[in-house]
Design a binder for this molecule. Structure first.
Ligand SMILES: Nc1ncnc2c1ncn2[C@@H]1O[C@H](COP(=O)(O)OP(=O)(O)O)[C@@H](O)[C@H]1O
Ligand SMILES: [Mg+2]
Length: 227
C-alpha cells in the first residue's frame, strides 16, 4: 500500500511536437501534472488537443522533446531502455478506448499476460479475484471475441490492475461504449482503483465522469489547467 501523500507521478514542463512534411505542430508546451497516492485526476480537452500524446509520454511509450518525468520519485529518463517495459508494467496499468485484448487468449489469459510482460508470477488467484470483481467470473475461459464492448473493457480494467500498480492511466475508457455500459465501466474503474489504492489519471470527454475525480484538469494550448 502506498503512503498517503506520496507523489506517484510528477511531470514538469513537458513539451512535444510533431513534424508532418514541412509543417510543425507543437502539441504539448509546458504541461505539468502531479498525482499523489490513491488520488484521481481527470483530463478533458478538445479532440486532437494532445490528451493521448500526453498519456503516451506519461507512460513513456513516447519520449517528450523536453521536460521532467518521475515515477514514484524515479527519473524515468534514467531507466535503461531494455528495462523500461518491465518497469512500466510493474508501476502502471493502462486502459484504452479500444480495449486491446488479445483475441487468441481467453479472458483469464489476457489478465495473466500483464504479469508476464512485467516479469512477474502468473498469480491465477488474483486474476480470478479481479475478474470476479468486474462481474465476469462466469467468463474466465471465454474468448474476448464473444464479449460485449462493456465486458471487454471490464477485462481490460482487471488486466490493468493485475500487477497491483501504483498508477492507472485510462484514455477515454468509455469512448466506445453506450451510456449504460459506459457508466458501469466508470463506476467499476473508480471503485476498484480506490479499493486497490491505485492513483488514476482519467482522460474523458464526459463532464460528469470527469467531475468524479479528486482533481479535474483541462488540456488547453498544450498545458494542463484547472477545469
Ligand atoms: N505520431 C504522430 N505523428 C504526427 N502527428 C501526431 C502523432 N501523434 C499525434 N499527432 C498529432 O498530435 C495532435 C494530438 O493528437 P492526440 O494526442 O491523439 O489528441 P487527443 O488524444 O487529444 O485527441 C493531433 O494533431 C495529431 O494528429
Ligand atoms: Mg486521444
Amino acid at each position: 500500500m502506498n503512503t498517503q501523500g506520496e507523489i506517484i507521478l510528477r511531470a514538469e514542463a513537458l513539451a512535444k511536437g510533431f513534424t508532418i512534411g514541412t509543417a510543425r505542430v507543437e502539441v504539448l508546451c509546458g504541461a505539468d501534472i502531479l498525482v499523489r497516492a490513491g488520488k484521481s485526476v481527470s483530463i478533458r480537452g478538445e479532440s486532437g488537443c494532445g490528451k493521448t500524446t500526453l498519456l503516451n509520454i506519461l507512460s513513456r511509450m513516447e519520449n517528450p522533446d523536453s521536460g521532467l518525468l518521475q515515477w514514484q520519485g524515479r527519473e524515468v529518463a534514467q531507466i535503461r531502455p531494455a528495462r523500461l517495459a518491465r518497469e512500466r508494467g510493474r508501476f502502471m496499468g493502462m486502459v484504452f478506448q479500444s480495449y486491446y485484448l488479445v483475441p487468441e487468449l481467453d479472458v483469464i489469459g489476457n489478465v495473466l499476460l500483464a504479469a508476464k510482460v512485467a516479469g512477474m508470477k502468473a498469480d491465477k488467484a488474483r486474476a480470478r479475484e479481479l475478474l470476479e470483481r468486474v462481474g465476469l467470473k462466469e467468463r474466465l475461459f471465454a474468448s474476448p471475441l464473444t464479449l460485449s464492448g462493456g465486458e471487454r473493457q471490464r477485462v481490460a480494467v482487471a488486466r490493468a490492475l493485475m500487477n497491483r500498480p501504483a498508477l492507472m492511466l485510462a484514455d477515454e475508457p468509455t469512448g466506445n461504449l453506450d451510456e449504460k455500459s459506459g457508466a458501469v465501466v466508470m463506476d467499476m474503474l473508480l471503485a476498484i482503483c480506490a479499493e486497490q489504492g491505485a492513483s488514476l489519471v482519467l482522460v474523458t470527454h464526459n463532464r460528469a465522469f470527469a467531475a468524479r475525480a479528486d482533481e479535474s484538469l483541462v488540456l488547453h494550448d498544450g498545458r494542463l489547467i484547472p477545469a
